[in-house]
Design a protein around this ligand. Structure first.
Ligand SMILES: Cc1ncc(COP(=O)(O)O)c(C=O)c1O
Length: 399
């Protein structure tokens, strides 16, 4: 079927976390949190409706076909052959990260992240009593790259236990290439550091790029890697709260699985069992169409900024539905930039500073919205920039 992603659906009143603050503010557009403003694939909606009709919602079990649907998806999309035994259900990636941190490190140990990076990585590490060690990404030729020299030094620290990789990378949109992943993995192996690879965006990849699961590079790397995947970003099912960990090595897998059981986190919600299996089996058509639509949004955003808002530059993502906007040309500090976007342009993005402590002048935009909404947001920013610029010019003139 042909999906209509141009349809504007008001999410106010639907208990959406992203739109919660907009309940009493009809003018503001929210583009921060990582879910899409599109309906999920039709077969998933139908399957959930049928399950609702059944009327009995007792404890759920996950049939073998659930796991086979995930294995089939990973092979079909990424060419990675995995065994059924390697898969562990988790009710969300952040929960899985918390359990993994507690299982494989001790309080006070250091966990490496590559910033700017998904802000909740910082929270989950610190809230679980571990220390964040930052290996900053470097900007080269308008794309972010890893600093391996710095990484080597940070891995050498005797308290470093885990490297938390974000692949593809939120918020920079990098889809890491084979040689980058290999270098990173070999450094981790050299220092005996576990890799946790958060691959929640692995299905949102634009033309000309390919996601490579780091654990699929070779057996040695796989033996030190925990991979997290999720249908949340892929099919816009984050509220269903289901994700999967792929761990080949039983020395890592068994303690992690016990950690989940100890906290009673291994039981699925009855609707997630239905939704997830259906999405992985019948979601391809929807995903292919949404990817084409997202790429169209990206092209639109790119040319709009180049032609009409030159103070804001796009660091063009290779994957994810997040645009990392370099707003340094607006010459505003962190608070002024936030207020400018919310009060003048009437849009709320994620503040760059939360994903990159100490940095300023960046905003992260979620562009998984109907194109008309994207146009509206850009027009508002353009007008707000013009007004501010004219005002400033006028102020200078009167001085
Ligand atoms: C890189 C990354 N990991 C994890 C998550 C959260 O995943 P979950 O909702 O499954 O906990 C997000 C959500 O935006 C994310 O961007």
């Amino acid at each position: 079927m042909r999906y209509d992603f141009d349809q504007v659906i008001d999410r106010r009143g639907s208990n959406s976390l992203k739109w919660a603050d907009a309940e009493d503010d009809p003018d503001i557009v929210i583009q921060d949190l990582g879910d899409m403003d599109f309906k999920s694939p039709q077969p998933v909606i139908k399957a959930i409706k049928n399950r609702v009709k059944h009327g009995i919602y007792g404890y759920a079990q996950r049939p073998e076909s659930y796991y086979h649907a995930i294995m089939g998806w990973i092979y079909q999309r990424h060419g990675w052959e995995i065994d059924r035994d390697w898969l562990i259900y988790t009710p969300g990636v952040l929960i899985a990260l918390a359990v993994a941190l507690r299982t494989f490190s001790r309080p006070g140990d250091k966990i490496i992240v590559q910033s700017p990076v998904y802000h909740l990585f910082f929270n989950i590490i610190r809230n679980n009593g571990r220390q964040v060690l930052i290996n900053p990404l470097q900007m080269k030729d308008n794309r972010y790259v890893m600093d391996f020299e710095d990484l080597d030094a940070k891995l050498e620290d005797t308290r470093t236990r885990i490297l938390l990789l974000c692949s593809p990378h939120n918020p920079t949109g990098r889809v890491w290439e084979e040689d980058e992943l290999k270098k990173l993995a070999h450094l981790c192996l050299k220092h005996n550091v576990i890799i946790i690879s958060d691959e929640v965006y692995s299905d949102i990849i634009f033309k000309g790029h390919r996601h490579i699961p780091i654990a699929d590079l070779d057996e040695e790397i796989s033996s030190k890697t925990i991979t997290c995947i999720s249908p949340g970003k892929t099919f816009n099912l984050s509220g269903v709260r289901a994700s999967t960990l792929i761990i080949e090595n039983p020395v890592l897998r068994d303690p992690f699985a016990h950690g989940m059981i100890d906290m009673d986190l291994d039981i699925s919600n009855i609707f997630d069992v239905t939704a997830i299996e259906t999405a992985y089996r019948r979601g391809t058509e929807w995903l292919d169409q949404v990817l084409a639509y997202l790429e169209g949004n990206l092209d639109f955003l790119d040319s709009y900024l180049k032609e009409r808002i030159q103070q804001i530059k796009l660091v063009r993502p290779q994957g994810t539905f997040l645009a990392w906007l370099d707003c340094q040309g607006l010459e505003m500090d962190v608070i002024a930039l936030r207020r400018f976007m919310i009060d003048k342009a009437r849009v709320r993005f994620s503040d760059g500073v939360i994903v990159n402590p100490g940095a300023r002048g960046f905003q992260r935009m979620n562009f998984a919205c109907p194109r008309s909404v994207l146009k509206h947001v850009l027009k508002n920013i353009e007008m707000a920039v013009e007004q501010t610029y004219v005002k400033n010019k006028a102020a200078k003139y009167t001085l």
